[in-house]
Every structure is written in structure tokens, then in C-alpha cells.
Design a protein around this ligand. Structure first.
Ligand code: GTP
Ligand code: MG
Length: 373
């Protein structure tokens, strides 16, 4: 169908319907939760909220082209077990980066501008039981779209709730994202070292959101931790391993890589730099990669510590240099065999994006003209 109700669209974006209705109102459209939106309007509002819209129909056409540039039937390859991708989510300042920092035994939080995370950091950690890939996300209210992307590529969400603060708006939002992506949640009650820590309050408040602790007869693991003292960190890692064993995560390790762009930027002296989370296959230095509307040969790859690497397998995050531009977070990144067709596909996508932008501009101008009456 080429229409969707406000309620369904809100659910797909993991936002409240009321929020969507407010944005629509800002665009000059009065609507209710049952209102049907046509594809153009839906696309506009989705982009207005910082999400990415994939129009119905466009997907199949692109998928066919993609098959041509890949020349490999990835579904036919043998799968092997792969590390879990774990996204840390929660309200601003609840201790996500500090916790990850302790897990990595590095000092990420101390180096951030104002101590607020503004992007998704991606790190791989060797736990006793195996490798785990972590994505850190921002808790600040402004970064909804980034959190939604984090939840979309993840196997498990660690929901961080500060023991001295309890459930807050972005805690609830994180729960919604995880549910929209059908991702299991492990709760980390952070700042448990604090004198005014009240873990029972956290349990009570999350129980109201239907996250029931195991010791209350539910099936959600709640683990009191501290990113300061390291209390509970081993239990948390164990809980992750347990959860990932249940999920039986697998991916083909051989074959051309397919992944997703976590973030990208233009860096002086390095050009476009994209952090890519590989999902299947192995990405090699020298591979030709199509990433969203961009394209290029991988000139160099680095791990999260800036060490050069030659290849990256499933669940591995790497910085990739050599693309023609900066793809958007959430774009796919795939190694291709047919370089010429890939270039073609990149320009098809670019033209499409340009079209969509022009359409949006025309519509806004039209709205403005009609409002001037
Ligand atoms: P955003 O990325 O902005 O959403 O914040 P965050 O959730 O990553 O919080 P961050 O780790 O930056 O910590 C926020 C503040 O809480 C810092 O001042 C930390 O020192 C403090 N903090 C974090 N974890 C703990 C903890 O376990 N115990 C105590 N006592 N303080 C903590
Ligand atoms: Mg942070």
C-alpha cells in the first residue's frame, strides 16, 4: 500500500504518535493517530525528524541492482558464529560512556566535549568469554535519530539507568527503540556506588514499562554496576554472553563484506572517513566499496584505537578511508565486484536523493505560497 497511518508510522520510527502529530502540525497538517498519510507526506515527515525514508518500490529496484554489482549469493555462504553487537542506551548523564570506558579500561568520557556523547562510538572488547562489539550512543534529547540507528544494528541493548535518578524520558525512548527493533534488553543499574543509590526504585519504575526483573519472576536481567569502581561489570559481561548464546548469532565470514555506516566525517588530511560495522563477510584493504551514495577503493582501515588493520570480519567496526564522500549514518556499505555498475548505482542514488530534496523544497515553497493566500 502507498499510505500509512500516523500511528503505524510513529511505531516504525519508535517515536510517540503525539510527537509525530506535533511535527505534522508544524508542517501545517492537522492530523489524528488514525489519519492516513500518502507516501510523499510520510517521506517528508520522516526526513523532517532526521530519519531515513525508503519509499516502497524503490527498495526492490535497488536490490536488483545490488545483486548485479555483488555477483555473489551471500545467502548461500556458510555461516559461523559471530560476536554480539551490544548498544548502550539510556538517559543523558546516566553513565553509559563511563561504564563502557571501564569495560574498555580506557578514558573515553574524559576526552569528550563537555562530557556529552555526540556520536555513536564503536568498540570491540575481548571479554573472558569472547569478543563483544559495543556501540555507545548519546543520551541527550536531541539525538533521537542516532539512538534509533543504534538500536537498528544491534543484537542486544544494555539499558543504562542511574541508581540515583531512575527512569527518565530518554530511558523510556530507549525501551521503545529496543522494542521496535525486537532487541532483547539487559538492564544495567549504574552509579550503584553512590550513597543515594536506589536500585529498587529503578526496578519499580521499569516494571511499570513491563521490564520485570528475574528476581521478581520476570525475564529481564537487572545488574547493579558502577563505572567508577567496576562493581558488577563482570556480571554484566556474563549476562551479555548468556543473552547472546540464546540468540545463536551467525554470519558468513567469507565472501564480500556487507555492513552499515555508523558515522562518517570529513577529516583534514584524511578525506572522508566512515566508521563501518561489518555485518557479513570480510572487508579488506583494497576492496571496492559502495556506501550509500558514495563509492571508492578502501585505501586504509583502522580499528578504534587507530591501529591499521588489513581486514575486518562480522561484527567488527572499522574506520574506512578512500570513499568519494561521506555517507550518512545508517547507509549500507558493501564490497562490490563490478566497479563500473557500482559507480552507476552510486550516481542513481545520488540523483534520487537530489530529486527528493527538490521535491521537499517545492512542497515547502508551495505551502508557504498557499499560506500567504
Ligand atoms: P551522555 O553520553 O551525554 O548521554 O552521558 P553518559 O550516559 O555517557 O554519562 P557519562 O558516562 O558521561 O557520565 C556522566 C557523569 O556521571 C560523569 O560525571 C561521570 O563521572 C558520572 N558517573 C558515571 N558513571 C558513574 C558511576 O558508576 N558512579 C558515579 N559515582 N558516577 C558516575
Ligand atoms: Mg556518553
Amino acid at each position: 500500500p502507498d499510505s500509512i497511518t500516523v500511528g503505524d508510522l510513529a511505531q516504525r520510527m519508535a517515536v510517540k504518535a503525539s510527537e509525530l502529530i506535533k511535527i505534522l502540525m508544524g508542517m501545517g497538517m492537522m492530523s489524528t493517530i488514525n489519519e492516513s498519510l500518502d507516501q510523499d507526506t510520510a517521506q517528508l515527515v520522516v526526513e523532517e525528524m532526521g530519519h531515513k525514508a525508503i519509499p516502497v518500490g524503490a527498495k526492490d529496484e535497488e536490490e536488483n541492482l545490488l545483486k548485479e554489482v555483488r555477483e555473489v549469493d551471500v545467502d548461500a555462504l556458510d555461516s559461523e558464529s559471530r560476536p554480539p553487537v551490544v548498544t548502550i542506551m539510556g538517559h543523558v548523564d546516566h553513565g553509559k560512556t563511563t561504564l563502557l570506558d571501564y569495560i574498555r579500561k580506557a578514558r573515553v568520557a574524559a576526552g569528550e566535549a563537555g562530557g556529552i556523547t555526540q556520536h555513536i562510538g564503536a568498540y570491540q572488547v575481548q571479554a573472558d568469554s569472547g569478543l563483544v562489539t559495543f556501540l555507545d550512543t548519546p543520551g541527550h534529547a536531541a539525538f533521537t535519530a542516532m539512538r534509533a540507528r543504534g538500536a537498528a544494528v544491534t543484537d542486544i541493548v544494555i539499558l543504562v539507568v542511574a541508581a540515583d535518578d531512575g527512569v527518565m524520558p530518554q530511558t523510556e525512548e530507549a525501551v521503545q527503540h529496543a522494542r521496535a527493533g525486537n532487541v532483547p534488553i539487559v538492564v544495567a543499574i549504574t552509579k550503584s556506588d553512590k550513597e543515594n543509590a536506589d536500585p529498587d526504585r529503578v526496578k519499580n519504575e521499569l516494571a511499570k514499562l513491563e521490564l520485570i526483573p528475574e528476581d521478581w519472576g520476570g525475564d529481564t536481567q537487572f545488574i547493579p554496576v558502577s563505572g567508577m569502581t567496576g562493581q558488577g561489570v563482570d556480571e554484566l559481561l556474563e549476562a551479555l554472553v548468556l543473552q547472546s548464546e540464546i540468540l545463536e548469532l551467525k554470519a558468513p565470514k567469507t565472501g564480500p563484506a556487507a555492513g552499515v555506516v555508523i558515522e562518517s566525517s570529513l577529516e583534514r588530511g584524511r578525506g572522508p572517513v566512515a566508521t563501518v560495522l561489518v555485518r557479513t563477510g570480510t572487508l579488506h584493504k583494497g576492496d571496492v566499496v559502495l556506501a550509500g551514495q558514495h563509492f571508492g577503493r578502501v585505501r586504509a582501515m583502522f580499528d578504534e584505537d587507530g591501529k591499521p588493520v588489513k581486514e575486518a570480519g562480522p561484527s567488527c567496526p572499522v574506520q574506512v578511508l578512500g570513499l568519494s564522500g561521506t555517507p550518512e549514518a545508517g547507509d549500507d556499505a558493501i564490497a562490490v565486484t563490478d566497479e563500473r555498475k557500482a559507480k552507476e548505482l552510486a550516481s542513481v542514488r545520488e540523483a534520487k536523493a537530489r530529486d527528493a530534496r527538490a521535491k521537499a523544497r517545492d512542497r515547502r515553497l508551495g505551502d508557504w505560497a498557499s499560506s500567504m493566500g
